[in-house]
Design a binder for this molecule. Structure first.
Ligand SMILES: [Zn+2]
Length: 518
């Protein structure tokens, strides 16, 4: 069985900041590394979402063409994933195959009449004679009254379509008047999938994080809106369907085929043939997992899901969606336009990346907004990671005397510890924060026990060495550099360690690379 992990392709209107990293990308990486460590099949993939109108608005502000911005941002994002240790198996390019994959997914739905024609009214700028959708229009969310862009409100997660945004304003030309104007477009009538969506979500109740389930309940309490498949704007993939001349595909309708293309890119990188890789989502044994920002839940959890359902069982449906909330910087929202952000690559330049990953895990916004603070990073990584680690380095020193025996009591303690840590990795209880916390608890415990042994004149026993070794394997998806030299070879799952009846003391690598001697 292969687990297909998708982190949503970021909009290529800039590099990744720390908020992105603390959201889906680190979580997906840690989960993927855990599965790899257990010897399970996994393909973790992402790409870029070039069709978003946000590319157009960002490029205008930067005085770049949207194409140039996309190309630069795609390179930056891939570099940043590498620098932060987010090890994706595939990063899909936005190329001709991408477009072909999108059309291969949508065209059968068009031909089978799964899309319908609607004449709807959009916000329209009469000066520039342009329709305003998605990132091109701002206003007030009709559900929660926050400021919102078109299509979706980041604050409450509810969609808004057509003229639903209150007080619509052009993002690029805010002084221009905005009026309503009709256009005939293709829509995907979500309400047709109500019964299937309700049955699907009845199965997820209690298994997934509560906020996304709350959103779905709220959405299902009213007729589901029609989802616009095409838009009368110019940025995006041109719609090939007769009657939609001059329109493009809504970027959000690309989500599923784009994700399939991401998985396929990963599959091909891993040695699958293009045909095998393209069919990964058609394997009923595959397990599909998304990590994503809560603000995208409506698309991934309703629209995309219904689009998969519209294919009548051809594709696997997501097993678990793990959403995250917003991460704040010094108690204010990350903002690219105000420069209130820390780029993920800058963080890993300033702070050893194991420490950065530990702090982001400890504070990431799993259930509500949380905060990144430079002073807290220094305090918490010192107290909860560096100090216990240095203590362990003092006590656990290999003295060259061969393997030490591990007693059943030592194996038992390691198993109990492993069980608690594995609960942090299990998707239904997935928590990077608890993982970081539990890790610290056991680093401190093993230090304390070794300290007590030293006080009585003993070196750490085989039982303590065994527990330390198991702990480091369980920490390895998060602390990637400090544990790299200790890991079992790739063929052997770490769980094989649990039954070992002896352990050879090893040198505990430093958490912070030691400065080169002058
Ligand atoms: Zn809202």
């Amino acid at each position: 069985m292969t687990t297909l992990i998708i982190a949503p392709p970021p909009t290529p209107n800039g590099d990744l900041h720390v908020g992105h990293l603390a959201g889906p990308y680190l979580a997906g990486d840690v989960y993927a590394r855990m599965l790899r460590g257990e010897g399970q099949g996994v393909l973790y993939a992402t790409g870029t979402d070039d069709s978003q109108t946000y590319v157009v608005t960002s490029a205008a502000k930067l005085n770049l063409t949207p194409e140039a911005l996309c190309a630069q941002a795609a390179r930056d994002i891939q570099d940043t994933l590498k620098l932060t240790g987010v090890q994706v198996d595939g990063f899909a390019p936005f190329d001709e195959r991408y477009r072909a994959t999108v059309l291969a997914f949508l065209t059968p739905l068009f031909e089978q009449g799964k899309f319908e024609w609607r004449t709807v009214t959009f916000p329209y700028d009469p000066v520039r004679q342009e329709f305003l959708v998605e990132g091109l229009v701002g206003g007030t969310c009709p559900v929660c009254l926050s400021g919102s862009r078109g299509g979706l409100c980041e604050a409450c997660g509810h969609p808004n379509n057509f003229m639903e945004l209150l007080d619509p304003v052009s993002t690029l030309h805010p002084r221009h008047p905005v009026e309503g104007r009709e256009a005939r477009i293709l829509v995907f009538p979500l309400e047709r999938y109500r019964a299937q969506l309700e049955a699907y979500y009845a199965r997820q109740e209690g298994r997934w994080r509560p906020h996304i389930l709350q959103l779905v309940r709220e959405l299902l309490a009213a007729p589901l809106p029609d989802f616009p498949v095409t838009y009368p704007v110019t940025w995006g993939i041109p719609s090939p369907y007769p009657g939609t001349e001059g329109q493009v595909l809504n970027a959000w309708v690309e989500g599923m085929p784009a994700s399939m293309y991401c998985s396929a890119t990963a599959g091909e990188a891993g040695g699958l043939s293009p045909e095998q890789a393209a069919a990964l989502w058609e394997d009923p044994q595959a397990r599909l997992v998304y990590f994503l920002g809560f603000d995208n839940s409506y698309f991934w959890g309703v629209v995309h899901l219904a689009l998969l359902m519209a294919h009548g069982g051809r594709f696997v449906l997501p097993d678990v969606i793990v959403p995250n909330e917003f991460y704040e910087l010094e108690h204010e929202k990350f903002s690219t336009s105000r420069g209130h952000l820390i780029w993920a690559r800058d963080l890993t330049r300033d702070v050893p990346r194991d420490l950065a990953r530990y702090y982001l895990a400890l504070t990431c916004p799993e259930h509500h907004r949380t905060n990144f603070s430079r002073s807290a990073l220094e305090k918490l990584t010192r107290e909860r990671l560096l100090v216990p680690w240095a203590g362990l380095q003092r006590h656990f020193v290999p003295d060259g005397t061969g393997p030490l025996p591990v007693t059943p009591a030592g194996q038992d303690a390691a198993r109990r510890m492993a069980e608690r840590l594995r609960a942090c990795y299990a998707l239904e209880t997935f928590s990077l924060t608890r993982l970081a916390d539990t890790l610290t608890q056991h680093l401190q415990r093993l230090y304390r026990e070794a300290d007590e042994a030293r006080a009585q004149g003993h070196a750490p026993s085989g039982d303590l060495w065994h527990q330390l070794r198991v702990l480091l394997h369980l920490a390895s998806p998060l602390l990637i550099d400090a544990t790299a030299s200790l890991l079992l070879d790739q063929q052997q799952p770490w769980t094989a360690l649990l039954d070992e009846s002896s352990v050879t003391p090893f040198a505990l690598p430093p958490l912070v690379p030691e400065p080169a001697l002058a």
